[in-house]
Design a protein around this ligand. Structure first.
Ligand code: C5P
Length: 234
């Protein structure tokens, strides 16, 4: 079974998705981490710049995606990414990787490569996936779909707290500008722009706590799980 949660930056997707995954014993697929890992690998292995990341060469992507070089796993500690068997998860949340991943993710070759990585995780597991196009493009037949959002001010506030926790000092204005820029890149790109799937449930959590958000979504997923597990003859 597949649950998708799409939404803009700092809408709370990954926190909520992990709680839902834990609650139902599903695997959590953090698709943004795959985009981050590929952008990071392109920059560190081939010296791509912000400009050249707009059009990475297919042969470079192929070299990086050769079997088993980028590996995603999920366990009780959360999601992990390994590149050539070395864990790089902790390197992928910096402001720099934030900005480069939203550049390369607009590229069709990058999206196709990450699409395949996402599909391979879903083949083996019941999953809760979060991202920008999981309900619209990657898993259009998902049993439960959500579009999670919050106001720009609230998301800028949350994003700034995340950056401060990592030791990056960012002003309120800078946070608002960074979040607005990523919104613009994610929603206006030609391929797989961020948008709500028609059959996704819209959840605006500007004024909701995480627990309230999860409680609502949990009720929806529980109904889907009950439908899936119902005896076919009943
Ligand atoms: O979700 P997160 O902010 O970690 O994602 C990093 C970047 O990867 C986003 O800014 C977005 O540009 C891109 N992304 C995407 N499609 C997804 C997940 C992430 O384009 N499904």
């Amino acid at each position: 079974m597949i649950v998708t949660i799409d939404g803009p930056v700092a809408s709370g997707k990954s926190t909520v998705a992990q709680k839902l995954a834990e609650r139902f014993g599903f695997y959590y697929l953090y698709t943004g981490l795959l985009y981050r890992a590929l952008a990071y690998a392109l920059v560190t292995s081939f010296e791509y710049t912000k400009k050249t990341l707009e059009e990475p060469a297919q042969e470079d992507i192929d070299v990086l995606l050769a079997k088993g070089r980028i590996v995603y796993t999920y366990d009780a500690q959360g999601p992990h990414i390994f590149f050539d068997s070395v864990e790089i998860t902790h390197l992928l949340k910096s402001e720099f990787v934030d900005s480069i991943s939203s550049i390369s993710s607009a590229n069709a070759r990058v999206r196709h490569a990450v699409f395949l990585l996402q599909q391979s995780v879903a083949v083996e597991n019941n999953i809760v996936a979060d991202g920008r196009d999981t309900g619209t493009v990657v898993f259009p037949l998902a049993e439960a779909k959500f579009f999670l959002t919050a106001s720009l001010s609230e998301r800028a506030r949350r994003w700034r707290i995340g950056q401060m926790r990592q030791g990056n000092s960012v002003s309120e204005e800078e946070a608002r500008a960074a979040v607005a820029l990523r919104d613009e890149r994610d929603t206006t790109r030609v391929i797989s722009p961020l948008k709500k799937a028609e059959d996704a449930i819209l959840v605006d959590n500007t004024d909701l706590t995480i627990d309230e958000t999860v409680a609502f979504m949990e009720r929806v997923v529980a109904v889907c799980v009950a439908k899936e597990t119902k005896h076919p003859e009943l």
